[in-house]
Design a protein around this ligand. Structure first.
Ligand code: 5AD
Length: 344
C-alpha cells in the first residue's frame, strides 16, 4: 500500500511516516496527492465551495505573538473596534448578499467580554436563526466558551499554530502557553462547537518534523475545521526578515489534511491568496472547500493586518461575490451560500 492509500484508509501514521509523506519529492506523487484530495472532498461535500462572511470586528490584541502584525507591541498597528450596531449592519448586509455563516474574528480584545460577545451572538442569531455564527476570538475560559455556546454560537476557530512544544516557544512569548491553547481546543470540542484548529506553514523554526507533529495532533483531535496558510512576514514584528512559507508546501499540507480528515471543512485561506495569485484556486484544487470573503466595512478593512500585503480586494472582498463565483466556477466548482455545516 503506498502512503496516499495508507493515509486515506485511516491508518495511524507515526511522525516519521508523516515526515516522509510531507518531504517525498516526486512530481508524480504531488499530482497523485492533489487528485486524491480532490476526489475525497468531492465524495463528501461534492464540488461545492462554501462561502463564509468574515467580519473582523476588532484589531486590538492583548497577546504578543512574534509572527502577528496585531501583536500588542506593534505601536504602528491601526486599532479599531466595530460597535454593536455596526456589526449588526454588517451582518444585515451580509445576509442580504446571501451569506448564511458569519465568522466573527478579532484579536484577543478584553473590551469584548462575555457580556458584549453574548449580545453580539444573540443579536445575529435572533435576526437570522438560519445562519451559523462562528467565533474566532482566541483563548478563553471553559465558562466563557460555554456561555457563548448557550448564546447560540455554532462554531469556533482557534488554530493550534504548532503542535511542537519547542517550536511553540519560538513563536510565542512566555506569557502564553501551548497547554492552555490545547485545553481550549478540548473545551470547545466538549461543548459541542464545530471546532477549527490549524497552523501556519513555514513559520520560523518550523520543519517537516513540526508539520508532521501537526498531522499527528490533528489526526487525534479530529477538528471539524482546519485552517492552513503560509507564514508571511510582517514588517513590524520580530520576524520581519524571515522567509515566507512555501505555497507548494502549504498546498501539500492542505491535501494531506484532506486525506487524513476527509470530512473536515478546510478554507482556502487569505494567506494563500496573498502569497500567490492563484493560491486560492489551488487551495480548492488541493482539497479545500471553504472560502471566507471579507465583509468587514470598507472603512476598517485595511487595518486588520496580521501580515504584510494581506489581500483585501478581488476575490477576497465580500462585494465581489459574483467574481468569486465565476473564478470558482472556472475550475469546475460551485460557490455555495448554504450554511455548510460539517458532515459527520
Ligand atoms: N503569516 C501568516 N499567518 C499568520 N497568522 C498570524 N500571523 C501570521 C503571519 N504573519 C495566522 C495565525 C493566526 C491567524 C489569525 O492568522 O495562524 O491564528
Amino acid at each position: 500500500m503506498n502512503i496516499i492509500e495508507r493515509i486515506s484508509s485511516g491508518k495511524t501514521l507515526s511522525v516519521e511516516e508523516w515526515i516522509q509523506a510531507i518531504d517525498y519529492n516526486d512530481p508524480g506523487y504531488a499530482e497523485e496527492l492533489k487528485a486524491a484530495a480532490s476526489v475525497t472532498r468531492d465524495r463528501i461535500y461534492g464540488r461545492k465551495v462554501f462561502a463564509r462572511g468574515l467580519i473582523e470586528f476588532t484589531s486590538y490584541c492583548r497577546n504578543d505573538c512574534y509572527y502577528c502584525g496585531l501583536r500588542r507591541s506593534n505601536r504602528d498597528a491601526l486599532r479599531y473596534r466595530l460597535s454593536y450596531d455596526c456589526i449588526m449592519d454588517t451582518a444585515d448586509a451580509g445576509y442580504m448578499a446571501g451569506f448564511r455563516t458569519f465568522v466573527l474574528q478579532g484579536g484577543e480584545d478584553s473590551y469584548f467580554n462575555d457580556e458584549r460577545l453574548i449580545m453580539i451572538v444573540r443579536g445575529i442569531k435572533e435576526r437570522y436563526p438560519d445562519a451559523a455564527v462562528t467565533l474566532s476570538v482566541g483563548e478563553r475560559s471553559f465558562e466563557s466558551y460555554k456561555a457563548l455556546k448557550e448564546a447560540g454560537a455554532d462554531r469556533y476557530l482557534l488554530r493550534h499554530e504548532t503542535a511542537d512544544s519547542i517550536h511553540y516557544r519560538k513563536l510565542h512569548p512566555d506569557d502564553m502557553s501551548q497547554e492552555n491553547r490545547i485545553r481550549c481546543l478540548h473545551d470547545l470540542k466538549s461543548l459541542g462547537y464545530q471546532t477549527g484548529a490549524g497552523m501556519m506553514v513555514g513559520s520560523p523554526g518550523s520543519s517537516s518534523r513540526t508539520l508532521a507533529e501537526d498531522m499527528v495532533f490533528l489526526s487525534s483531535l479530529k477538528p471539524e475545521m482546519v485552517g492552513i496558510g503560509p507564514f508571511i512576514p510582517h514588517s513590524a514584528t520580530p520576524f520581519r526578515n524571515e522567509e515566507r512559507g512555501s505555497v507548494d508546501l502549504t498546498l501539500r499540507m492542505v491535501a494531506l489534511v484532506r486525506l487524513a480528515l476527509p470530512h473536515a471543512m478546510i478554507p482556502s485561506t487569505t494567506a494563500l491568496a496573498t502569497a500567490s495569485s492563484d493560491g486560492q484556486l489551488q487551495g480548492i484544487l488541493h482539497g479545500a472547500n471553504v472560502i471566507m470573503p471579507d465583509i468587514t466595512p470598507p472603512a476598517e478593512r485595511g487595518k486588520y493586518m496580521i501580515y504584510d500585503g494581506k489581500k483585501i480586494t478581488g476575490d477576497e472582498a465580500g462585494e465581489n461575490l459574483r467574481q468569486i463565483a465565476e473564478s470558482v466556477g472556472s475550475i469546475g466548482y460551485e460557490l455555495s451560500m448554504e450554511r455548510g455545516d460539517y458532515i459527520p
